[in-house]
Design a protein around this ligand. Structure first.
Ligand code: BGC
Length: 749
């Protein structure tokens, strides 16, 4: 039997084994190890190393001689990115239009692991359609800075919420036969100088806050691959960080799959080889010929190489490679994914305020609606760099409203404000088709556009103003300068209220904005997110009362940016901007540009420790605009009858939620803990569990949730391990972090 056909038989055997395993999440990857080792034994050193770097910008090489297929990747967290050439230019296919799913912060606002699971399924199935093996997502870093360019990609400022959603997404996608690549491991919490900034964080905070979502995605979710971040942690680039990759990820969490560097984030041969990197993305200058030489020179042991190949092959054989002639036969976006995107969007919309019950809008009582603001009409699918989606279609908010009201109500639209330029790596970006561009993002309202908007507002029974940002300023590669609403939106909302006090504002953004003016001037305020291709329909369902809003904020809206922890302590900005972004600059021809992004960017100190987001505001007793976990409904919920007990390593908390309204509605109940007697430093309260329940109008639902006692442990920096401090723990049940309805105490030992 010749070599090729023997390998083919071996691969068939491997595929069969891979389908049968029902083991612990990571152990599923090791079921083929024996067969994999037999294949590795047939490989030359060159063939092994060939698997450890990019083949194209979105693939890494297999070994054709042995029937090992390439691994095919695609961005990103919320939709299968279109087919790209090596310069990141679209190939221009017709069938690669994908489903644009709600972005990360929108998914997080559902506070639903069930939604996260379905979302993963929707994504995973489209990857299969496209013939792709690995989703470059979910993006699960903690939202540390309100200005963070990727806040909209990430889930939450809270590790428990982010972790639960990361697990759901991971399981959903991988159950569809697609691997995830959770990113960006670790501590990539700012875009400013992301290519070289060095994060200095204490060990306890790192473990309890920043690593938690990754740990959960790996341990509980069984994530098959992990993308190392661009930045340094403790002085070492993440792509070669032995502590993060070898000791914690593999050693403690039992990760059995492979790591990929963020694009352009590999920086040395020996560092990457010994520091736990499997695949250099992109290029082969480190994990390519130089690695072959290092092995030959005896600097890198062959067992290190074999282990890297083993880890790559485990994933390769856990995921069926899709033959070229079976991929891309139908449109990537299918109803399956579109329906999931719609369902997630409906559950993500957050009602922040609703004075005089101005919402929902009763179509039979209004004749004319004025829709004001460019964000009502703007597409949000593209842009933001890696996270942009070439969507099959997109229902904008305005379109959603028009579809909802049909001929029943007249709708007049006025843009109100101009589009504005974005900053990416110091290159100004102006989107094509954006005719009316402001010279500066903070320029005052345009008199002519304002007059047109006021004229529309005066004629209408009700005004819906669309405030917010767009991906020109909330984007990978840079952070926002501040959280102010751009191009005179504050001035516009003040004037609109003068013209018509029946004013509802819908804020369309991925991250927090300064809402002081819109909050003061609007009767109702809604956070509408970048909500996927059905976002406009979902919004209309909420505005016109087809469903009750049920989203809850996954992050705090501060009153002032300066109140937030990293700003209050002077930890951000760090005072130096090193001229450009690593990703952007690596595709520049001139070496100067490339060097600039790797210049020493200094340290990012996380001296706020675990006081991130609401943990800071609550502990320091700082008022906020809207707290973490906040979100109103069209009905009121009554909480009663709390009981809590500790048994067999679990705290079981039960309580009743009654829907006092006349509409069926979802409520997200949140359980926080406070530690009144602790000798250690803790935040005022911490989220430990949450659950979304559907309660029929006029009825009561008994909710029961478990908190594993282990989840109350802290990271002990003396013993470098998780330790439980026994004692009394207050259990706080609330509708938000600042709307605690029930409390009781349990004793844990
Ligand atoms: C981003 C990653 C992305 C990669 C490939 C990088 O710039 O940080 O999130 O997956 O590009 O597009």
């Amino acid at each position: 039997m010749n070599r090729i056909s023997r390998s083919a038989i071996m691969l068939a055997a491997i595929a069969a084994v891979a389908c049968t395993g029902a083991k612990a999440p990571q152990d599923r990857l090791t079921v083929n190890d024996k067969a994999i080792d037999a294949i590795i034994a047939q490989m030359t050193l060159e063939e092994k190393v060939e698997m450890m770097h990019s083949k194209t910008i979105m693939s890494s090489e297999g070994v054709p001689r042995l029937g090992i297929q390439d691994i095919k990747y695609a961005d990103g967290p919320f939709g299968c990115r279109e087919e790209l050439t090596d310069g990141f230019r679209p190939v221009g296919w017709k069938l690669d239009s994908a489903t644009y799913f709600p972005t990360g912060s929108a998914l997080a606002a559902t506070w639903s692991t069930e939604m996260a699971y379905k979302y993963g399924q929707g994504m995973g199935s489209e990857w299969r359609t496209r013939g792709k093996d690995v989703i470059l997502g979910p993006a699960i870093n903690i939202q540390r800075l309100p200005v963070g360019g990727r806040t909209y990609e990430y889930f939450s400022e809270d590790p428990v919420l982010a972790a639960a959603l990361a697990v759901g997404y991971t399981q959903g996608a991988q159950d569809m036969g697609t691997a995830v690549c959770v990113k960006h491991y670790a501590l990539n919490n700012q875009e400013t100088n992301r290519g070289s900034v060095n994060v200095i964080v204490d060990e306890r905070t790192m473990r309890e806050i920043y690593l938690k979502p990754f740990e959960a995605a790996v341990r509980e979710g069984g994530a098959m691959s992990v993308m190392t971040a661009y930045n340094k942690v403790g002085g070492t680039y993440c792509s070669e960080n032995d502590m993060l990759n070898n000791q914690i990820l593999r050693g403690e969490w039992g990760f059995k799959g492979f790591t990929v560097s963020d694009w352009g984030g590999t920086h040395s041969t020996m560092g990457a080889a010994l520091g736990g990197l499997n695949v250099q993305m992109t290029g082969d200058n480190y994990l390519g010929p130089a690695l072959v030489d290092s092995v030959k020179a005896g600097k890198v042991p062959m067992e290190v190489i074999n282990q890297k190949v083993r880890e790559i092959l485990r994933v390769r054989y856990a995921i069926d490679a899709i033959p070229e002639d079976q991929a891309n036969q139908v449109q990537t976006s299918q109803k399956f994914g579109q329906d999931i995107a719609y369902e997630v969007a409906k559950k993500s919309i957050v009602l922040l305020k609703n004075d005089d019950h101005i919402l929902p809008i009763d179509k039979s009582k209004v004749k004319k609606i004025a829709v004001i603001g460019l964000n009502a009409k703007a597409s949000t699918a593209a842009g933001g760099m890696g996270a942009g989606v070439k969507t099959l279609y997109e229902i904008t908010p305005l379109q959603g409203i028009l579809n909802e009201v049909g001929n029943e109500v007249e709708v007049i639209y006025a843009p109100g404000y101009k589009n504005y330029r974005g900053m990416f790596g110091r290159r100004m970006i102006v989107r094509p088709g954006a005719e009316d561009i402001a010279a500066e993002i903070d320029e005052p309202a345009d008199p002519a556009l304002l007059e047109e908007a006021l004229d529309a507002a005066r004629q209408a029974d009700i005004v819906i103003f669309f405030s917010g940002t767009n991906k020109n300023i909330e984007t990978e590669g840079s952070d926002r300068k501040d959280i102010m609403l751009p191009v005179g939106q504050d001035e516009i909302v003040r004037a609109l209220r003068e013209a018509n006090s029946n004013l509802v504002t819908v804020n369309i953004s991925g991250g927090p904005c300064d809402l002081n003016e819109v909050e003061y001037n609007s009767k109702a305020l809604v956070q509408g997110w970048w909500n996927g291709l059905e976002g406009g329909h979902a919004l209309a369902d909420v505005l016109f009362g087809k469903i009750a809003p049920s989203g809850k904020l996954p992050f705090t809206f501060p009153i002032r940016l300066e109140d937030s922890p990293a700003y209050a302590l002077g930890n951000f900005p760090q005072g130096q901007d090193i001229q450009g972004d690593l990703f952007g600059n690596q595709y520049r021809e001139d070496i100067e540009g490339q060097k600039a992004a790797l210049a020493d960017a200094g340290n990012a100190y996380y001296t706020e420790g675990s006081l991130v987001g609401y943990r800071w505001f609550d502990t320091k007793k700082v008022d906020v605009m809207y707290p973490f976990g906040h979100g109103l409904s069209y009905v009121d919920f009554d909480y009663s009858n709390i009981k809590a007990s500790v048994r067999k390593g679990k705290i079981t908390v039960s309580f009743d939620i009654e829907n006092l309204g006349d509409l069926d509605a979802d409520e997200v109940a949140q359980i926080y803990v406070r530690r009144p007697e602790s000798k250690l430093e803790w935040p005022e309260k911490e989220l430990k569990a949450f659950g979304r329940v559907n309660v029929y109008h006029g009825s009561k639902f008994n909710v029961s949730m478990d908190i594993p006692v282990d989840d109350l442990r802290y990271w002990d920096v003396e013993s470098h391990s998780w330790v439980l401090e026994p004692g009394n723990i207050e259990i706080l049940v609330g509708s938000s972090s600042r709307d605690i309805r029930l409390a009781t105490t349990v004793n844990v030992q």
